[in-house]
Write a protein that binds this ligand. Structure first.
Ligand SMILES: [Zn+2]
Ligand SMILES: [Zn+2]
Length: 451
């Protein structure tokens, strides 16, 4: 198993030489992803290489316009491009909703050749969905190392107040100028770090999925993410100082995580139960009309919450399980439906429909438990690979990142529910599913009672 990460003379980040025996098809990313200092002024040259034509719509919000949009627009004009500026002006945070998407749509002209997004998550996603619908290329200029979605092909959007996901396309050109990313506020830097730290959990869960359900685990994708994570954790002071090196390492970790999605075509390497919890908080706060916590900050906090449960499970004795008692307590379809409605409210039906496989027969549940017992030493090894939680806590503390649900505005009832229902958000296998299937949920989650 091996891969090579390198940069060409233009600052293009390249993953090549993938050798992996996992059996999946591995696609080397074809996008042009550039990372470097001062490279925003090379954007025109990067675009020229792809021959997109001369007319573009450049999308920014009032904040990213000041950070990079105005400069980029002037740069593109001086290089001969016709630029229509679409500045999404808001009082507070830009929501990637129907209004934002509509504004971008209406800024398009019949002769528009490509779109340029200048921003981080919300702007990139807003432009991504439009670019995909009108089938035009997107050039993405990042302004903060706050999330791993630059290289994503999914658009998380808000539609009539509800969080939805729409298919999009990965931008063909991504420009991450470290001089600009360095100026991002510290909470956005912390968010990026939080989003990346969750990948340890994703990796352990993926490997547990291989053990229990014969999922294909891709060693190369696992390694790409872990290598980037290690470089990041070893350089927290550089990140805190927002030095060139620190911001580059964080940006790389975010981009490389996203690149694994292109390599194997799914998000197994980047999201698991910690993301389920983060999405759940966001969704439930929105249902309640409360402000949703930021994505990366939520992932960082949820990672700290689930970590001790993983470590504890490494010392479990599954040979002591009472199969008959587990069978008796296993919820039937009706009981599970009641639980899902309690936990997920208006989203319950859609989630159950999408995850039919989560209504387990006893035969299947028993098969999983038996497998876990027989191969427990392998499960333990996946967990032992995770560093001690103190390493993450130390990093987050040094950065001043939020570390508790309370700091994110998550109250105890919501926290307790989230810990209990995170396993039910999607069929993707997690240790939390296994704990529940083994009848051990009350033992492991007794600190999170449901009333
Ligand atoms: Zn994420
Ligand atoms: Zn592989």
């Amino acid at each position: 198993m091996s891969y090579k990460m390198s940069y060409d003379e233009d600052g293009r980040l390249i993953i090549s030489g993938i050798e992996c025996a996992c059996g999946s098809q591995h696609n080397e990313p074809t996008q042009d992803i550039y990372v470097g200092s001062g490279i925003i002024d090379k954007t025109a040259a990067y675009i020229k290489k792809r021959n997109y034509g001369a007319h573009c719509v450049l999308v920014a919000d009032n904040i990213t316009w000041d950070i990079a949009g105005a400069r980029l627009s002037a740069h593109l004009r001086s290089a001969g491009y016709a630029v229509s500026e679409c500045i999404l002006r808001r009082n507070g945070r830009l929501e990637p909703d129907e209004t934002a998407v509509g504004e971008v749509f209406l800024a398009l002209q019949p002769d528009t050749d490509f779109l340029v997004s200048v921003g981080s998550g919300s702007i990139t996603d807003t432009v991504r969905v439009v670019a995909a619908r009108v089938n035009l290329p997107q050039v993405c200029v990042g302004t903060a190392p706050s999330m791993d979605g630059y290289t994503s092909s999914i658009c998380p959007l808000t539609y009539r107040g509800v969080k939805i996901h729409r298919p999009g396309k990965c931008p063909e050109i991504i420009v991450c100028d470290t001089d600009i990313l360095k100026t991002a506020p510290m909470d956005m830097v912390c968010a990026g770090v939080g989003d990346v730290l969750g990948k340890y959990i994703a990796k352990a869960d993926w490997k547990i999925g291989r053990i229990i359900n014969d999922e294909v685990y891709c060693d190369v994708c696992g390694e790409i993410v872990t290598d980037a994570l290690e470089r990041l954790l070893n350089n927290i002071d550089e990140i805190k100082a927002r030095s060139e090196k620190g911001i580059r390492l964080l940006t790389e970790a975010l981009l490389l995580s996203g690149m694994t999605i292109m390599i194997i075509g799914h998000t197994r390497a980047v999201a698991s139960v910690e993301h389920n919890i983060a999405h759940y908080w966001e969704m439930m706060q929105m249902f309640a009309g409360k402000p949703a916590p930021g994505h990366g900050a939520s992932v960082g906090v949820s990672t700290l919450l689930v970590w001790p449960i993983f470590k504890r499970f490494a010392n479990e004795d599954l040979s002591a399980l009472d199969y008959e008692a587990i069978r008796k307590n296993a919820p039937d379809r009706a009981a599970r439906t009641v639980w899902m409605k309690k936990a997920y409210g208006p989203a319950a039906d859609a989630i159950m429909e999408e995850n039919e496989g989560d209504f387990l027969s006893w035969e299947e549940q028993k098969r999983r438990i038996t497998r876990a017992e027989a191969r427990f030493s392998e499960i333990r090894r996946c967990i032992d690979e995770m560093p001690p939680v103190s390493r993450l806590e130390d990093a987050m503390k040094r950065l001043g990142a939020p570390m508790t649900p309370a700091e994110l505005g998550i109250d105890t009832p919501l926290l307790n529910l989230s810990m209990r229902c995170a396993k039910d958000y999607r069929t993707r296998y997690t240790l939390f599913k296994l704990i529940s299937e083994c009848g051990l949920e009350d033992k492991y989650l007794k600190d999170y009672p449901i009333c």
